[in-house]
Design a protein around this ligand. Structure first.
Ligand code: ZN
Ligand code: ZN
Length: 272
């Protein structure tokens, strides 16, 4: 099986509102997104398909055939529109990224000849994206930032061994990074709000459990979590999981960018 993905972009206006609700309730549930005049995003859509390579042509599917289905659909139904007013589907449903990903999946699944739909990933911006990979479940990923110092040093190794493995990163005074933490939750979008997680609640949990603890700190010196534990990104991903999972029952993945070049993913203790 071979997987390939095609990226495309569109821009749309939307407003999160339930007409039967009072202004007050819309504001309370959807916050700024409830502005009836709308706000907008430049969306980035990644459509991943899978299939076998045709022996003669050496391709799975002609990219033009993907465009014929997906790009023409996006241009007709989403790009440049006020979704609440100009798209039939979103006259009824709230156009959260979860619901838009669902909608795109349902609309193009089975329509691209020669391959099968594998995954849809839709970015609302660099800090929020939804993913769909099968019928029911959608995943939502939110990205957070903190700047932190650490020293890579394990108490279970000798000083020479530490120096040998960690080199400059073993500097006794430490060094620092711009960390980016991705928190991914999974679920079925709520039929009323279209959300799988209350973003304000998710933000406040991550702020409380992670950002407030680690931002502008020295992990080895200022945090309980890494007093004894070597603050490698591998250990940080596991610690982030352990801190968040008691409050986020639908946690699916922790992703951690130590730098732009180093990225770590952890799916919890039960997933190999
Ligand atoms: Zn929005
Ligand atoms: Zn480092």
């Amino acid at each position: 099986m071979l997987y390939l993905s095609r990226k495309m972009y569109f821009s749309a206006v939307h407003s999160y509102r339930i007409n039967e609700w009072t202004e007050e309730k819309n504001r309370a549930v959807f916050g700024l997104c409830s502005n009836p005049n709308g706000h907008g995003h430049d969306y980035r859509l990644e459509v991943m398909v899978k299939g076998t390579i045709d022996k003669k042509s050496g391709i799975v599917v002609n990219i033009m055939d993907i465009d014929k289905v997906v790009k023409s659909f996006v241009e007709k139904e989403l790009d440049g529109k006020f979704l609440n007013k100009e798209n039939e589907y979103f006259k009824e449903k709230i156009s959260t990224t979860e619901n838009i990903a669902n909608y795109i999946w349902k609309s193009i699944d089975g329509k691209i000849a020669g391959c099968r739909l594998h995954k849809i990933r839709l970015y609302e911006n660099e800090y929020l994206y939804s993913e769909k990979e099968d019928e029911e479940v959608v995943r939502l990923t939110r990205k957070y930032h903190f700047c932190t110092a650490h020293r890579l040093h394990s108490n279970l190794l000798t000083d020479d061994e530490n120096k040998g493995i960690f080199g400059k990163c073993n500097n006794p005074y430490g060094h620092g990074h711009n960390y980016y933490l991705e928190v991914t939750v999974r679920g079925t979008p709520d039929p009323v709000t279209g959300m799988i997680a209350d973003l304000a609640e998710l933000d406040s949990i991550v702020d409380q459990e992670i950002v407030k603890k680690f931002d502008h700190k020295h992990l080895n010196l200022d945090t309980e979590e890494f007093k004894e534990l070597n603050p490698t990104s591998e250990n940080m991903a596991v610690v982030a999981w352990d801190l968040l999972v008691p409050k986020l029952s639908n946690l699916y993945k922790i992703g951690l960018y130590e730098t732009e070049k180093n990225y770590f993913e952890y799916y919890g203790p039960d997933k190999e």
